[in-house]
Ligand binder design. Sequence first.
Ligand SMILES: C[S@@+](CC[C@H](N)C(=O)[O-])C[C@H]1O[C@@H](n2cnc3c(N)ncnc32)[C@H](O)[C@@H]1O
Length: 252
Amino acid sequence: MDWSRRALEMAGAVAPRGSRWRGPVADVPRHLFVPRWWSRASGDGPYWELHDGLADPERWLATAYSDQTLVTQVGGSHADHARPGERSKEPRPTSSSTLPSLVVRMLRHADVYDGADVLDVATGSGYSAALLSRSLGGSRVTSVDVDPYLVEVAAERLDGVGLRPAMLTADATGPLPGAYDRIVSMVSVWPIPPSWLTVLRPGGRLVTTLTNTSLIVPLGGRSPEGTGGEPVGESWGRSGGRVGRTSLVVCV
Ligand SMILES: C[S@@+](CC[C@H](N)C(=O)[O-])C[C@H]1O[C@@H](n2cnc3c(N)ncnc32)[C@H](O)[C@@H]1O
């Protein structure tokens, strides 16, 4: 399946020239992390419609390499386990592959550098863990999600493309093991869990989305390499109407 050209095009669209994330976005086969997904549809009221990549490979690639969030779980129903043609009336998504441009923006805010130990909070599909692992090597990356199935299947898919970050099932708002130079969270929280500050090394940097906000506010030290040029704060909510949820990025 010719995914490489599409991934390369997406990398050009979501990662600025010179960003360390252009290469990983071009190299990681996002479609393998989202073999099935849900999309919003309406008929007799709104519902979620199941899509199966293998049943429609062209649509699979077109969707996976477009800059959109792909919902993988609604309520307790993961697309991997849904029956063909299944519909769901669940009110809200509970897991997704975040739109690549936002993943890249958050990773850029994190100001990641070679040799940094990074905690990827909210494994979801495993795509952000894949970008981090491709960039830093799996031994530098720990990915955590509260849902054991998501952690297990993401670990399998990461392993399938040769990436082996540490994978952890835990409620990331509670105690966490390890020590990290960077923490990047793609689950919205408020307040910032105290455990994140406990496991963040001195001089470290934390980037998270905050519940019900629309600002990106980085706080924290620069990387030892002082990469410079990375954005220091922005608002991204509701840009172009594509993002229904609003978020804040904070670095400490
Ligand atoms: C938007 S998805 C993460 C996207 C992911 N980074 C990716 O690239 O595909 C949000 C995830 O947060 C997880 N989550 C929700 N609450 C959590 C918590 N308290 N601790 C850890 N993970 C949590 C959900 O299970 C869901 O998979």
